[in-house]
Design a protein around this ligand. Structure first.
Ligand SMILES: [Zn+2]
Length: 108
């Protein structure tokens, strides 16, 4: 995906560490903020899905994301992991790393 700016650094890491989770990176439109270069690399596929979501939803993305999260929370679900925007992003990660998961389950 072209036109994406990735930024990392100490002040960004300080903020992301305070997120519930805490977060390795966050996408705001076509800007991805990461704790450091390694975390930007590890989360690149995931965050690019969010860039695509921003492109499709425009300014409605953030309020829609938050409304879905709050709605899930009040129904006893996980507002982050059960959010369809996150599920789409994690699905890309899982598709990209099946061999790594397999190795971790069978260390021999
Ligand atoms: Zn995400």
């Amino acid at each position: 995906m072209n036109g994406v700016i990735e930024i990392h650094g100490h002040p960004i890491a300080g903020v992301l560490k305070r997120f519930p989770g805490p977060a390795a990176a966050i996408t705001l439109g076509h800007v991805v903020l990461g704790r450091n270069e390694n975390m930007l690399q590890v989360t690149r596929r995931h965050e690019r899905v969010h860039v695509g979501q921003y492109e499709r939803w425009g300014l409605a993305f953030i309020p829609t994301y938050l409304l879905v999260s709050v709605s899930l929370y009040f129904r006893g679900r996980d507002g982050y992991r059960d959010n369809p925007f996150e599920r789409a992003a994690y699905a890309v990660d899982e598709a990209a790393w099946p061999k790594v998961s397999g190795l971790q389950e069978r260390p021999e």
